[in-house]
Design a protein. Structure first.
Length: 429
């Protein structure tokens, strides 16, 4: 690269396609041999220039750049649509910014800068202030041990919870984007859930693009009639990503004891988040709550009210754990909720979740689901799926029964019953 290459770059940056301005700048810069001197001149000019003049210059240069751009005419609409996929609220606020960008390259540069800053801020090693040394991410925010708790509670505390003070900065991480292929392959096992698989993979891929390898599923609500396989699918998603799963059915429950009960009660216990983190020994386990549409308020609080705080990142970063009587960081947990009917889910909860409707599988999709159930059965016994064979008549009979009960849960029982009978050499009629 020649010594004057920076001068030509500077001329293009300042004059653009205006030859008259370029000639003037070329004459001036020919007398400047050191780039630092030129930068000092620019700073003095900018320091003495009004913001209105600068805005006018930027506006003119933006129009000029757009006129000579080779970007597709509808790139702004494409980018806004991409923002909507990530978060509709983000598209509302970011849409105006996209429309003001003179070129797609400039918009990508802006997004890259924002993403890099976000990755630094969200990194487990991010610091609260620039003067502090990087601190490892910990579940317990203000405590190094449990000496502050009553001795009786410490003595009765399960070993895996006691060990929360012995480790930090541990996450389930994405080794590479190829790992998402295992997740996408679930569309073969759960063909009726393919849009959910694609959506979750897309969001994790976006996080990867923003510099984060920590696996986290955005709060997700799966809605569908009973028996379509919502919970089985949710567990399969977590398994494909290598996330430890803690699950609970909250249907009909009114009190928030799910999130822990403080010392002083004979039934004092850790909440589901603490249990999940302690069992997984990572800060980003997954929690599945079934039948969230069937909870209701009780005299000791309600599950949804407690859950709302967990789904707000700013609140989850410092959440008061009742059993441990201290603040913890629950912001890395992945939440998947299931419901049969959206009408029973409070609006504030709906607004915090990405909602997917799980339809019943079609007749064409059933053979693939039946095969996945056979594979599941074989895996439980450590055998190859080929060891269990269903002929065409078996599959057709199972499909016929599905038309009557329309439940993947019942279909699983039929498949298992059939496989048990065939393994004993009993003909199924």
């Amino acid at each position: 690269m020649s010594d004057t290459s920076w001068q030509e770059t500077e001329i293009m940056a300042l004059a653009g396609f205006c030859h008259d301005k370029a000639d003037i700048l070329r004459l001036v810069l020919s007398a400047v041999s050191i780039r630092r001197d030129w930068e000092n001149v620019k700073q003095m000019v900018l320091h003495n220039t009004s913001s209105e003049d600068l805005h006018a210059v930027i506006k003119d240069r933006s129009k000029e750049a757009a006129a000579f751009s080779e970007d597709p005419e509808d790139w702004r609409q494409d980018e806004i649509a991409r923002l909507e996929e990530i978060d509709p609220i983000l598209a509302i606020f970011g849409g105006d910014a996209v429309k003001q960008m003179p070129s797609l390259d400039l918009w990508k540069d802006v997004m890259r800068i924002i993403a890099e800053r976000h990755a630094i801020d969200m990194s487990p090693k991010a610091t609260d202030t620039g003067d502090q040394k990087s601190a490892a991410a910990r579940y317990l925010l203000d405590r190094e041990d449990f000496d502050y708790l009553p001795r009786t509670l410490r003595n009765e505390m399960p070993a895996h919870i006691q060990q929360l003070t012995t480790w930090s900065d541990q996450f389930a991480r994405l080794a590479s984007l190829d790992q998402l292929n295992t997740l996408r392959a679930l569309s073969l096992t759960f063909p009726h859930c393919e849009p959910v698989t694609a959506g979750i993979a897309h969001n994790i891929e976006c996080n990867w693009g923003m510099g984060s390898d920590v696996i986290q599923i955005q709060p997700t609500l799966l809605v569908g009639e009973p028996g379509v396989g919502k919970t089985a699918f949710a567990k399969a998603v977590c398994g494909a990503l290598g996330l430890h799963v803690q699950s609970a059915n909250v249907g009909g429950k009114s009190e928030n004891h799910l999130f822990g009960l403080s010392a002083g009660w004979s039934s004092a216990h850790a909440g589901i988040v603490t249990e999940a983190v302690a069992m997984a020994r990572v800060l980003n386990p997954a929690i599945i709550l079934d039948e969230i549409d069937k909870t209701h308020s009780g005299r000791n609080g309600d599950i949804v009210g407690e859950l709302l705080a967990m789904l707000e990142p700013s609140e989850a970063r410092r959440y008061r754990e009742k059993y441990l009587a201290t603040d913890v960081d629950a912001s890395h947990v992945s939440w998947i909720l299931t419901a049969n009917d959206l009408s029973g889910v409070p609006a504030p909860l709906l607004s915090r979740c990405t909602i997917y409707e799980i339809p019943p599988p079609t007749t064409e999709q059933l053979p693939a689901i039946i095969q996945s159930l056979v594979n599941e059965f074989a895996a439980e016994f450590g055998l190859r799926p080929e060891f269990f064979c269903l002929d065409l008549g078996d599959v057709e009979a199972l499909v016929d029964t599905y038309e009557q009960h329309r439940s993947v849960r019942i279909l699983r029982r039929f498949v298992r019953g059939l496989l048990h009978q065939k393994s004993k050499g009993i003909t199924w009629n």
